[in-house]
Ligand binder design. Structure first.
Ligand SMILES: [Zn+2]
Length: 319
């Protein structure tokens, strides 16, 4: 028997897991990141958690898999994301390899999430799957016949930057009209703040501790769950934008399933119902399809499970 370590580094959280060679989760820890701490703080925390898990492991740790919440050069196994200061061009897999003394594989969180759902979650037994991570930003991962499809520049599946409109706020990528600016966690939070700034009768304010500028996507989702009309409307609009992009995915790739994961997908049917309603309205009446749109079975842990798959591959264990 051998075990593997999986690590998922995101913008707001980092997770570390210990898995056995059958892919069963033995230990997991989830922690908030300290935005002021920067890269060194995150690395220090990850190192401590990994070493602790390696010590607790009944069997030797054979390999490590990592998911990073930003762009990654999978060929060079380096972070290329510029979204978090200090990470650009960091050789994260090499750092981990040196630290743990075992082989390490790195992917971005959307590809890792896709792998996790394909192997252990909603995509088990399927031929193809498109995974969408809806968190602060939006990413996508495309798996066909068990393989991650990357494209020439590693950008295949990057649904967050599909230009769905000619107008809108400036996207983090520098363009305008990207899907991410309409239905990411940041976009939903911004819509909540805009609404609350105009009309004060919404649960969103109370759920955020009284300060309009503190309204988050989580507060919008919670308010919608409590029947707040404004919050429900924001999620309906976000769902409609997402539906447009998912229809494009279906038209281009026609996957067996589209899986929605990430923090915003924790809204469950409050998001999925508007998406399916909008797809019903927008789709062609004559070109039918059977691609199902479902929620991630592994919740917010899809990328961590995907990291475990990477680790098992690095360890040479058949997945
Ligand atoms: Zn963009």
């Amino acid at each position: 028997m051998n075990n593997v370590i999986a690590v998922d580094i995101g913008g707001t959280h980092f997770r570390v897991g210990l898995f056995d060679e059958a892919g069963r989760r033995l230990l997991v820890s989830e922690n908030a990141t300290l935005p002021a701490g920067g890269r060194e703080w995150v690395l220090e925390q990850v190192r401590d958690h990994c070493r602790r898990f390696a010590e607790k492991s009944d069997y030797p740790v054979k390999a490590c898999g990592m998911s990073f919440g930003g762009l990654v050069d999978s060929q060079c196994q380096r972070v290329t994301s510029v979204h978090f200061a200090g990470w650009k061009d960091f050789a994260l897999a090499d750092w981990m390899w040196e630290m743990l003394g075992v082989p390490c594989r790195l992917e971005n969180d959307a590809n890792a999430g896709a792998l996790g759902e394909y192997t252990y979650g909603a995509g088990r037994g399927l031929g193809s799957l498109f995974y969408v991570t809806l968190s602060a930003g939006i990413g996508g991962g495309w798996i066909s016949e068990g393989k991650i499809i990357r494209g020439r520049d590693g950008l295949a599946g990057e649904i967050g930057h599909l230009p769905v409109s000619d107008t809108g706020v400036l996207c983090s990528c520098g363009a305008r009209g990207c899907l991410e600016t309409f239905c990411s966690g940041e976009a939903i939070a911004r819509r909540g703040q805009e609404w609350a700034g105009r009309r004060s009768e919404t649960r969103m304010i109370e759920l955020s501790g009284g300060a309009i500028e503190d309204i988050t996507a989580k507060a919008v989702i919670e308010a919608a769950a409590q029947g707040d009309m404004a919050a429900e409307r924001i999620l309906r609009e976000a769902g409609r934008w997402l539906a447009r992009a998912l229809l494009m995915v279906i038209r281009l790739l026609n996957p067996d399933k589209i899986v929605l994961g990430g923090g915003v997908a924790q809204a469950g049917n409050l998001l999925l119902d508007p998406v399916n309603e909008a797809i019903g309205e927008l789709k062609s009446p004559t070109i039918g399809f059977s691609t199902a749109i479902v929620l991630a079975e592994l919740g917010t842990l899809s990328p961590l499970y995907g990291a475990a798959v990477l680790a098992r591959e690095a360890a040479g264990t058949p997945v």
